[in-house]
Ligand binder design. Sequence first.
Ligand code: FES
Length: 156
Amino acid sequence: MNDFEEKAQAAIQNPQNVGEMSDADGVGTVGSADCGDMMRMWVKFTEKDGKKVIDRASFQAFGCQTALAVASMATELLKGKSVEEAQGMGVNDLTGDLGALPPMKIHCGEMVQDALREALNGGEAKEESAPKGESNTLLSDMNKPAEGKKLKIVFE
Ligand code: FES
């Protein structure tokens, strides 16, 4: 196991900031075209010295352990960052102490970065599409039928 893998394993054992954020100001959901894995990230802003900064961030990941490790690290690093600072963070900034991602895992970090950017860029945090009593989780979204697609039964 290399250095990155060891640190990622440790992060996966004790992930930080996992779960929905009911009072979030922004939410971003992305899927990786490379592997089909998904990530959703929430951000909550606060004001510090007259500047809008990230108070906290949380995430849900589906499918990818590396993305989970990176998102765990990133959501810790984002606290107190301005929107501009957070937007300027590249994949290797978001990995923090985990270190640089191995080449085959770069898309995992990019998925975290994309979810973060969408959340920062006005991704709306609302539960408009969730049926009553159901929360709009990443998993419930994935289990929903694709919009506009109806099941067609053909008798032969
Ligand atoms: Fe696809 Fe990690 S293996 S996001």
